[in-house]
Write a protein that binds this ligand. Structure first.
Ligand SMILES: [Zn+2]
Length: 609
């Protein structure tokens, strides 16, 4: 394997030099983040982390808490399994759990994700302490990697889930290179990937194929980051490697033809694999991969999602039309693998928005953030992390039974990504996707433009957008009109009603020559509605308030159907400045948005009688 790697390297050396120049040229011009050196143009661009700032509200608060939590991880402890393997001094206690220790089946497995999350926080905030931590972690890790690029923390790590570990380490180094400006991380990235190849299977295996080598592994998620490595290095070897791990036969081919092959599959990793399809579409230009991802999103929406937007009870997709989501409410408390699932979901949605310009994918981002990961219990600081959302009766938010699980790796990534979910940009304007106190700066027609958003959303159902321009600028402001809306949205510019279409599940488009301090007001009236868990359980319903899934607190679980409406006695009742609940008449049944539940017992699906 090593010889073959060397042949590829030499064969491509000349091409590499040329391609690397192109990569640098494109980057210097501020090309699209997720589309650098891509064959297929995107309609809409994803912002870079530093372009958007969160200014307040629940998303910003969680962003700050999670940033601080991962900043406080001890570098020696994070590097310990790698230093131990390299025979270097390895001070610090073992972290335990999945990370290191006698019971760790996959030592060091989240290192790359912690690095990735921190690099994104560094990119988003420019915080010197975070930049410094990323640098120290990369340097410390580099010291443990021998010339042949072997980077696994142990023999166990290189045999249990070599593809999973490589995928995460690779992304961590790429993010450190890209968002923390560590040029050295790029060379290390290339070396680490080449060093891992001898430990990978020869092609992508789905888990049910039960490959002899590492049956629990997720080799089918490798291509996305291998394509990023190809773009970063210009080395076609990584492009060929990415193509080797595309799960065409059993997954992308049937999905591209509309065949629903999701049932039974491991949920998170197969949604994550769809990002590989999206990246393959960008780099290879084959629209089979686009069709596979678009069709899978449809299947997800129509057959797999709970009211929260989460999916995959017990981490598996269900057979459609058999009432299995409803059945799962009685049989498991592992309803949705929250940090990992929401991370993969939002990443996929960003690709699909960028390809199609359709707001439905933005709806999906809003739904899953507010109703799943925003409600994740904060890390304990002692290695305990939130993993599953529980939609069983009388649930409580708990930590996973073992320390440092996979969801500890995706949590900082999905939360740092809140910034890049808020806005998108195109040649003709700006897309407002999330309603969050925030500001975004971008360039249009050669001038820098800033939009500041003021809102108490989702604790209020309106937002205000103010533009700052040095000179009048003509462009379109696209505003997502959510699919859940039941009464008309209202849009106004400088106090005057905007005469534009504001159809739900579309972007409203306000085109004008914008002046400094022009202000757009947006009202999105929240209403109560109920959503059945599936067609076979029409009376097992979740209560929704605008974008929010409301859960019954300390609840009885049977309610007369007519009571679950405004006319039946439900009313919104603010009880502090930042929180609210819905009260149900004299019985005082309290509902809260899932994200505001702390230690209380709650019930997500109410039995309607
Ligand atoms: Zn997980």
């Amino acid at each position: 394997m090593e010889n073959r790697s060397r042949r590829h390297f030499l064969k491509n050396a000349a091409a590499t030099a040329v391609a690397a120049f192109v990569v640098r040229g494109r980057r210097a011009q501020g090309a699209l983040v997720e589309a650098e050196v891509s064959a297929t143009p995107q309609k809409i661009g994803v912002f870079q982390y530093g372009d958007v700032k969160l200014l307040g509200g629940p998303l910003a608060q969680q962003f700050q808490r999670i940033h601080a939590s991962y900043l406080s991880l001890n570098n020696d402890q994070l590097l310990k399994p790698f230093r131990h393997r390299a025979g270097l001094p390895d001070p610090g206690e073992e972290l335990g759990g999945w990370y290191q220790g006698p019971d760790a089946n996959n030592p060091g497995q989240c290192f790359g994700q912690y690095l990735s999350g921190l690099a994104r926080f560094a990119g988003a905030t420019g915080a010197p302490a975070t930049l410094n931590k990323v640098k120290n972690l990369v340097n410390g890790f580099a010291e443990t990697v021998p010339p042949n690029g072997y980077s696994y923390a142990s023999v166990q790590a290189s045999t249990f889930a070599p593809a999973y570990d490589l995928d995460k380490t690779e992304r961590g180094l790429w993010d450190a290179y890209r968002w923390a400006g560590l040029a050295d991380a790029k060379d290390l990235l290339a070396r680490v990937v080449k060093g891992a190849v001898p430990y990978l299977p020869t092609r992508a295996y789905d888990q049910y194929e039960n490959p002899v080598q590492s049956p629990a592994d997720e080799s089918y998620t490798l291509p996305e980051n291998l394509f990023f490595t190809y773009e970063a290095t210009g080395d076609a070897y990584f492009k060929e490697l990415a193509q080797r791990y595309l799960l065409d036969k059993s997954y992308f081919n049937p999905l591209s033809e509309g065949v629903n092959v999701l049932p039974g599959l491991h949920a998170y990793s197969h949604i994550n694999a769809l990002s590989s399809a999206c990246k393959a579409y960008l780099v290879l230009g084959d629209d089979k991969y686009l069709r596979a991802a678009l069709n899978a999103w449809d299947m997800l929406e129509k057959t797999q999602q709970f009211a929260s937007g989460g999916w995959g009870p017990n981490e598996r997709f269900v057979e459609p039309n058999k009432g299995l989501l409803g059945e799962s409410l009685k049989t498991t408390r592992n309803s949705f693998e929250t940090p990992c699932g929401s991370y993969a979901h939002c990443k996929l949605a960003r690709y699909l928005i960028s390809f199609t310009g359709e707001s439905r994918y933005g709806d999906g981002i809003e739904q899953i953030i507010y109703n799943t990961v925003l409600g994740a219990k904060d890390p304990s600081g002692a290695g305990q992390f939130f993993y599953y959302s529980d939609y069983h009766d009388s649930a409580q938010k708990t930590y996973y039974w073992d320390k440092y699980p996979c969801c500890s790796g995706t949590l900082p990534q999905v939360v740092a990504d809140y910034t890049v979910n808020c806005y998108f940009h195109s040649a003709d304007g700006l897309y407002v996707n999330l309603f969050v106190p925030s500001e975004v700066t971008w360039t249009h027609g050669g001038q820098s433009i800033k939009l500041t958003q003021n809102t108490a959303y989702p604790e209020a159902d309106s937002t205000q957008l103010r533009l700052q321009v040095d000179a009048p600028a003509e462009f379109t402001l696209y505003i997502r009109i959510p699919g859940w809306l039941q009464s008309p949205a209202k849009l106004s510019v400088n106090g005057k009603s905007a005469a534009v279409s504001s159809e739900p599940r579309k972007f409203a488009a306000i085109h004008r020559r914008w002046q400094n301090n022009d202000t757009v007001e947006v009202e999105l009236p929240f209403t109560f509605r109920v959503q059945a868990v599936d067609e076979q359980h029409p009376n097992n319903v979740a209560l929704m308030w605008g974008p929010l899934m409301m859960v019954a607190v300390n609840s009885p679980i049977t309610i007369a159907g007519a009571a679950l409406s405004s006319t039946g006695g439900l009313s919104r009742s603010p009880y502090t400045n930042s929180q609210f609940e819905a009260l149900r008449g004299p019985d005082k049944i309290r509902f809260k948005p899932f994200y505001q539940v702390n230690e209380e017992t709650y019930t997500t699906y109410i039995q309607r009688v």
